[in-house]
Write a protein that binds this ligand. Structure first.
Ligand code: 6PG
Length: 245
């Protein structure tokens, strides 16, 4: 696996560069196969990337050959303000010429998060025809506590940081009490690490210390530090998060 850190003046520059690099991965991938699997990140950082993709890449990319998945979801209705699906739908998906069958949200209509996780695992198995999903590109954010997707330091026992002993690709998680929405569904590290490419998008002063700790591998409890990629891991960060400003 190769790794690189790219530093940009601000979130706008980061978002536009991420869109261009995403497009390059898409075009290279679709030169090799008929369809590709892209995992969208939640939280707030990716919103500008999604808006820019909708604005500047609507026509350039063959969205009918791109399948969208989510790295994690809060266990709330799809129209809830905290829904990762809703954020991506509003900023990106609803603007694209993409068939609804290409959009694979984590359904939160089930009675329990565990049911939602099990259902998503089945959906991934059906798409990949393999118990191990193999995404082409996974977008991730970084929490100021070192979490990514919904893999939190408190929830990811040391034993599973290296590999998920259960073999599960999707799991129900209870976020720590500091988070308003605690019931979540998340891809596990094996699912994230099976991705050919991974982009981390990191912006803002609040991420400065944790970014340094993750990149320096200074703290073995930080889930983001355990994310690999089968081919290339790219950190796209702004100067404030990098500590340059
Ligand atoms: C979520 C995300 C989460 C996010 C980080 C960073 O559901 O919240 O999956 O992992 O990427 O918390 O969030 P911000 O981009 O809002 O800082």
């Amino acid at each position: 696996m190769s790794k690189e850190v790219l530093v940009f003046p601000d979130k706008e520059a980061l978002s536009r560069a991420a869109a261009e690099r995403l497009a390059e991965v898409v075009e290279a991938t679709l030169g090799q196969k008929k369809r590709m699997a892209l995992v969208l990140a939640g939280g707030s950082t990716p919103r500008r990337l999604y808006e820019w993709l909708a604005e500047a890449y609507r026509e350039r990319l063959p969205w009918d050959r791109i399948h969208l998945f989510w790295g994690d979801e809060r266990f709330v209705p799809a129209d809830h303000p905290a829904s990762n699906y809703r954020m991506a739908h509003d900023a990106l998906v609803r603007h694209l010429p993409i068939p609804p069958s290409n959009v694979h949200p984590i359904s939160t209509g089930a009675p329990m998060p565990e049911d939602a996780a099990a259902a998503y695992e089945v959906a991934l198995w059906q798409f990949f025809q393999n118990p191990q999903p193999a995404f082409d590109l996974t977008l991730l954010g970084l929490g100021d506590d070192g979490h990514t997707a919904s893999l939190f330091p408190e929830n990811v026992p040391q034993a599973t940081l290296g590999e998920d002993s259960t073999g599960r690709q999707v799991e129900a998680v209870v976020a720590p009490p500091r988070y308003e929405i605690r019931r979540r569904i998340s891809l596990t590290l094996p699912a994230l690490n099976a991705s050919r490419h991974v982009f981390f998008l990191v912006s803002g002063e609040g991420k400065r210390d944790v970014l340094r700790a993750v990149l320096d591998d200074a703290d073995a409890t930080l889930p983001a530090a355990y994310v690999q990629a089968q081919e290339h891991l790219t950190w796209l960060v702004d100067e404030v998060a990098w500590g340059q400003k």
